[in-house]
Design a protein around this ligand. Structure first.
Ligand code: SF4
Ligand code: SF4
Length: 129
């Protein structure tokens, strides 16, 4: 599957909230499948991905907040020493994002600009348990 780098954070922080019912249902289905198959290969891309597919802000393959999400993607790639185009298992990539970002101050510096930040900073990440 294909994911934007910052979605390695959002998917771990997901607590049932999202942009629309279709979006949250799609996120839930993706996570259910990834938890059942944690070795699923994930390729990082800096454009609309498998999660964006059900997002109301995806306008013909372009995110309405393209500038903001590009900054989030760049922040994640930099902090986790990852590259666009890189492929790894869901398990390996989320673990890397957890250790280098979610469990460090990088989470706050990367995510503070996001409208969901107040919620995400209260949400226990899947792998923080
Ligand atoms: S604050 Fe925004 S970018 Fe960061 S994990 Fe939450 S939803 Fe994703
Ligand atoms: S289209 Fe934009 S707002 Fe929607 S999930 Fe993708 S990156 Fe996030």
């Amino acid at each position: 599957m294909f994911l934007r780098p910052h979605h390695l954070l959002c998917m771990q922080k997901f607590s049932g909230h999202g942009y629309s019912l279709a979006f949250t249902a799609h996120m839930t289905a993706l996570l259910h499948n990834l938890h059942a198959h944690p070795d699923t290969p994930v390729t990082l891309i800096c454009r609309c991905d498998d999660l964006c597919a059900a997002c109301p802000h995806n306008q013909d393959g372009i995110c309405e907040s393209a500038e903001k999400v590009a900054r989030l993607d760049a922040g994640v790639l930099n902090a986790a020493s990852l590259s666009a185009g890189e492929t790894g298992s869901w398990n390996a990539l989320t673990e890397r994002a957890r250790r280098s970002i979610l469990l460090t101050d990088a989470f706050h510096s990367i995510c503070a600009c996001c409208e969901w930040y107040p919620l995400c900073r209260q949400t226990e990440a899947e792998y923080e348990r």
